[in-house]
Design a protein around this ligand. Sequence first.
Ligand code: BES
Ligand code: MN
Ligand code: ZN
Length: 500
Amino acid sequence: MSDITSTVATSPLAQLETPLLALALGQGSTLPASLTELDRVAGGFLDRAVTSGDFKGKRDEALLLYPGGGEAQRILLVGLGKAGEVTRSSIRRAAAVAAKRARALGAKQFAFAVAAEARNGVAPKELGQVVAEGAGQGAWAFTALKATPDEPRPEVESVAIACDSREANDVTAGRRVGDAIAAGHRLARDLQMQPGNVCTPSYLADQAKQLAAAHGFTVTVLDRAAMRQEGMGALLAVAQGSAQEPRFIVLEYTAVGDAAPVGLVGKGVTFDSGGISIKPAQNMEEMKFDMSGAAAVLGAFEVLGRLKPKVNVVGLIPATENLPSGTAVKPGDVVKSHLGKTIEIINTDAEGRLILCDALSYVRRFKPAAVLDVATLTGAVVVALGHVAIGVMGNDDALIAEVREAGERAGERCWPLPLWDDYRDLLKSDIADIKNSGGRGAGAIAGGWFLREFVNGYPWVHLDIAGTAYTEGEGPSQAKGPTAAGVRLFSEFVLKRAAA
Ligand code: BES
Ligand code: MN
Ligand code: ZN
């Protein structure tokens, strides 16, 4: 599905033969000088569009023109926003807007250029990377389950990144990384989009096995019996109401002998009904996206498999459904976690932390250098940060800063929430070591604090992606639904560690 790849094109824009030439421009009232030759050949349309003010260059703005001459059948002006504020993320986003339009137009190929004057210091390598990423993001659509497609459209197959021949080597190096990240992004979104009756815990395990076979990872999958042997009482408690067997998935990517690995942990609830503390019917279907953390980990492994960076990474995915039944765990039940701490389950809908806590305990055997967990953990983080930022918490300020920088490069912004001691009180239980829900206030922090209680002996960061994992409507740069949140952030994080 939407398997777009990038190429690099060094001919002058006026000579680029393409069904669609997208030009990214910042805000301004004059046409950049680097486009005057193209404008002359095209018949002056570009200059008129800009000087008339009809095209302002605002973020997400797009204007389609049919040039009167030259080699491009169509020209799309795409806005980058304020000229002084252009970053790699603005360029990625503009490429996504262009790719989305290319798809709507039925163009199998398009070219993308960022006017030299508009780049605001973004280097050629970064440009190549983010254009490839954005093109993959914007061209994506999920059509696998439509027996009769609404509107048959060809897939967008490639994007030609236009640049000067002196930059071609750097842009090529960047687009190679960008294509790999786009592939991980695509894999994650396809997985997220699959409905709960298709994407079950064993389906996720099969995906991990396929990735392992394709790229040479080590894969271990625990079934219910093996989890019992391990003592994963919290994960098993969530799984006990479901006819679908849970899976605990471990992927290992080893590229440097005995270096301590980075651990990536992803919440894999393939459907979250809330269990006995059942959710309202309204929008409950969105809870198929409750495995978005797992999808992010698998997407990141696709990137590792393609780029083979010099870093060790272990991925852990606790996967289960959360359903009510006669065998389901009940409010008030007390279970024993993998770490040994006992948990009073106040609310069966706070299941994510229950499955993650056993993974955060299990990961100790790898003696990780750092562990990042990613989860659609709380509705509260959506209240706090909306659909714009990931909520980030952790036990190590340097690691939080490193993750936030990776998020900035990735266009996946993270905003910190405090794990002050005062908040720990929310989780005091009358009967067990801890309870799994702290009530209404500070819900995202209570989730973070719960996890922290099971982190032992390594720097750790928790990413709450409940607000960013999927969108409820169509956007200018992004189709409605899954966003692959975490894939680009994880990729940036591990690539930087590999380079260091
Ligand atoms: N999967 C949900 C969180 C969620 C909410 C994800 C909205 C995406 C969008 C999670 O398992 C959950 O139900 N959390 C509860 C926790 C509460 C019971 C302490 C919540 O946020 O209400
Ligand atoms: Mn829940
Ligand atoms: Zn959940």
